[in-house]
Write a protein of this length. Sequence first.
Length: 402
Amino acid sequence: MGEWKEYRIGDKHIDLISGYAFKSKNFLESQEDGSLPVIKIKNVANGDVNLNKVVYHAYDVSLSKFKLSKDDVLIAMTGNHPTAKSQVVGNVSKYKLSEESLLNQRVGKIIIKGKNDLDFFYYFLKDRDTHKFLANQSSGSANQANISKADILNIETEIPEPKEQKAISSVLSRLDDKIDLLHRQNATLEGLAEVMFREWFVEKDNTKSIADLIDLQNGYAFKGKDLVEVGHHRVIKIRNISAGIVNIYNSDFVPPGVAKNTDDKFKIKSGDILFAMTGAEIGKMGLIPENNLSLLLNQRVGLFKEKYKSSKFLAYLQLKSDFGQDYIDSTATGSAQPNISATGIEDCEFPEISEEEIISYSKILEPFFKKIIFNLGQIKKIENLRDTLLPKLMSGEVRVKY
């Protein structure tokens, strides 16, 4: 196995292309012939690249340098300081989409040199120490921090030869592939549940309400002075809900005394469903993965308390449907900070069905969601393993034969 040598990574390993400064007046709200999605910082800063709320731009050959395709590696060159915990400057994403798109300004694309391995440098830039170093090079305010191309390319570190780079990235990629597979399984399972849900109620009128299925429990107003950065009792906030999942690991904590004095009704567990009752992403929901942690519900986060075994899944599917999302949008009050009450959520209409049908349909849905919840727990375990291995592999503390 070869020795690792110290380099400035921009000398012989990678280069970087900065995105194009598109004019906002030329953006299209929907895709037209000859146009492509435009990838902005918001689409790369919180995980793998997504097309959420994208705009489009007409494509011509002059923009070929800025065209993105599958497996490209992108980095956010503007964002929040790490204290914000989301959309942080220097966040790295992989483009896993089959659809081509265009690179917007302040998003960088990593270009590999020679026989070096792109995936290795993807993981190198995702490593916590690298990300922290880059973020600390940033200029500007806490919520408008910027890094430059030079900040990235001037990073100095010890790097193995290309064959060992590939061996290291293969270990981490296999873990990510397992995570992706579990996410795809969950998408399939939830898709099947949605199909059944629509078929059950296609000819039924919405004359009942979700209150027949669940009560909504609002969270506890923990005091800011009680929140700490480490501990055993985690406080789950709106920001922990994302893409149908509740991230139970990136959280604040409260001391044991505060947790002991918190009413049991604010304790949450594996399989619970949470609902965002306030803010720009009002109405987003997430499932709690399988876990054995102490979790507490923060204010303005709703918890589904089912009235029949697994009836919460019927409520979840109704609120997730187009009808449910339209209801939430129309019921929320406030403009700068939209809000919806527990009663407002419970009053969402639901098809006219009997108690026996509620029990029957809930029983059919239960195994689908049990598998989803189990998979979410497996995803977190694999992510934790990957995140433990990553710094050890990047530093050479753990070596991989090749």
